[in-house]
Each structure stands twice: as C-alpha cells, then as structure tokens.
Design a protein around this ligand. Structure first.
Ligand SMILES: Nc1ncnc2c1ncn2[C@@H]1O[C@H](COP(=O)(O)OP(=O)(O)OP(=O)(O)O)[C@@H](O)[C@H]1O
Ligand SMILES: [Mg+2]
Length: 277
C-alpha cells in the first residue's frame, strides 16, 4: 500500500514562490529574485528549467531542496508541506562540492555514513555506484587527482547512492567539454530511465534541456523572475543526446522555445553588464 504521503501525483511542487534578498551593502535595499513562481514535477518526470544567467534558477532549486526558505509561497514534497531540508531530494550543485580531503569512494560514502549505514556497507554501495558511473578502480583517488569530468561522475555517484526520489541538478555539466558532457548526459538518462525518479534539471543550455527532458520551463530574466513558457518535449525515448539534435522535431521545438527565450537572454546579458559597470 502507498503511504499517505505518496498519494500525490507530484513529487515536488513549488507553489507561488517569491524570494527577496536584502542587499549586503545597503540592507534597506531589497532585490526580488523570484516572483510568484509555480512549478510542479510529477513522480518520474524529467523537467528542465532554462533561463538567462542570474535570473534565479539556483535560487529556485535551493528552495526545492529546502536550503533556502522562500519569502512567500509553499513547497510540497509528495503532497506534504516541506519544513527544513528536503530529505527526499538529492542535490548536485553547480559548483564543485567534493570534499578535497576525502578520496572518491569516501566522498560517495559520506551521505550513507551520515544516515548511519555501516562503513562496510557504505563502501560496498559506493564502489558499486562508482563503477556504474565508469570509475571503478578510481575510488582511492583524491579529487585533485581526477579530471573535471571524473569529479562530476563522483558527484553524480554521491547524489545517486542515496537513492533519492527527487533529483535536483544545477547545471551539473556546464563546465565540461562537449564530448564528456554528452557522455554524461546519456549516462544520466540511462540511470533515470531505469529508476524513473523525478528530476529538476537546471541549465542555461536549451539544447541540453530539450535533449534530456519531458518538459522544458522557460524563466524570464530577473528581477522578479517567473515562468514565461512551458513546452512538452514529445521526442521518443530512449534518446541519444547527440543524435536527437538532428531530428526535425528537435529543431522545431528548439525554434519554438528559442523564440521565447531569446529576448530574456538578451535582457539578462544587459543586466549583467550593468551590474559589472
Ligand atoms: N543570498 C543572496 N543574497 C543576495 N542576492 C542573492 C542571493 N542569492 C542570489 N541572489 C541574487 O538573486 C539573483 C538570482 O541568483 P541565482 O544564483 O538564483 O541565479 P541563476 O539563474 O542560478 O544564475 P546562473 O545561471 O548564473 O547560475 C541574482 O541576481 C543574485 O545576485
Ligand atoms: Mg545558478
């Protein structure tokens, strides 16, 4: 029988979320990064959120992870209002988040150890995940002894070893070269299709968003970022992220979505220039 908390169709719901920050230099000054944003992800659904740099993508993901309390709005996890950290979510950060003093296997083990799993069990599961992400034999290496792509694989194993029902990924592969990136995207899709977890995937790369997702949500440029378009991606699965880009339907979807995204990217870019000035 399903637990009462699992009766909801949605794994994660961000409901009318707004996030306002105080300026560090002038606490009287407020900046509304995200305004009245609603985003729902079904169990097993792969949803990408695209938007220009600085628009509020990481902010929204932090809210979904329970790491940032929104100024207003509610987060629901499998129908239950979230208070504190989202224990059903695994989070892959935009920046490198491995512990440099721990070996690869020890980095993957840490979440399990934190949950009280014995060291021997944690090691066995961590090694199994390292080999699943193509790193068997690299467990003893420290982060500085691994390539950027390998470190991302360790971070992926670190997230997935906890078997989260919701996977939150914040531009996980944006620092990688295109070939490594496509390999990793395909690996994520393979793992996802086997486990069918809810995924909220943040990216500013529209090609990546379309190739990976069931649905793409476009955010406006900030301030007061909010969704301005939502597109169902009806490309057949399984997909190869490199191959799928050549399909006429992909090109059609890309054209449609870019139509909505283009102006926001230009606005976002102009804002970054103003901020830097
Ligand atoms: N803790 C904070 N205090 C003040 N301002 C913040 C804070 N966190 C985010 N911001 C501001 O909110 C806006 C959105 O930031 P966020 O990191 O969510 O953008 P993003 O869409 O993830 O950008 P990128 O694509 O560059 O990663 C930015 O203008 C940022 O400066
Ligand atoms: Mg970000």
């Amino acid at each position: 029988m399903l637990a009462a908390t699992d009766m909801s169709d949605y794994a994660l719901e961000l409901l009318s979320i707004s996030c306002t920050f105080h300026s560090k230099d002038d606490p009287g000054q407020r900046y509304t990064a995200v305004a009245d944003t609603t985003l729902r992800i079904k169990a097993g659904e792969f949803v990408s959120v695209v938007g220009p740099t600085g628009c509020g993508k990481s902010t929204l993901l932090n809210v979904g992870a329970g790491l940032l309390e929104p100024s207003s709005g509610t987060v629901k996890v499998f129908g239950e209002t979230l208070a504190g950290v989202n224990a059903r979510a695994g989070y892959m950060f935009q920046t490198e988040a491995l512990m440099p003093w721990r070996s690869a296997v020890a980095n993957v083990m840490v979440g399990l150890q934190y949950r009280g799993v014995s060291d021997a069990d944690a090691r066995e599961q961590a090694e199994a995940w390292l080999s699943r992400v193509g790193l068997s034999g690299f467990g003893d290496r420290y982060p500085h002894q691994l390539s950027g792509g390998m470190r991302k694989r360790v971070a992926l194993a670190q997230t997935l070893v906890l078997d989260p029902d919701i996977i939150l990924m914040d531009e996980p592969f944006s620092a990688l070269d295109i070939q490594t990136r496509q390999l990793m995207e395909n690996e994520v899709l393979d793992i996802w299709s086997a486990k069918k977890k809810a995924v909220l995937f943040i990216t500013h790369d529209l090609d990546e968003a379309i190739a990976m997702s069931d649905r793409v949500v476009v955010l406006s440029a900030g301030p007061a970022t909010h969704p301005i378009g939502e597109f169902a991606i009806d490309l057949a699965r399984p997909r190869d992220v490199a191959e799928v880009r050549t399909q006429p339907r992909f090109v059609e979807l890309h054209t449609q979505i870019w139509e909505v995204l283009r102006d926001e990217v230009l606005k976002g870019y102009a804002q970054q220039l103003r901020k830097a000035a």
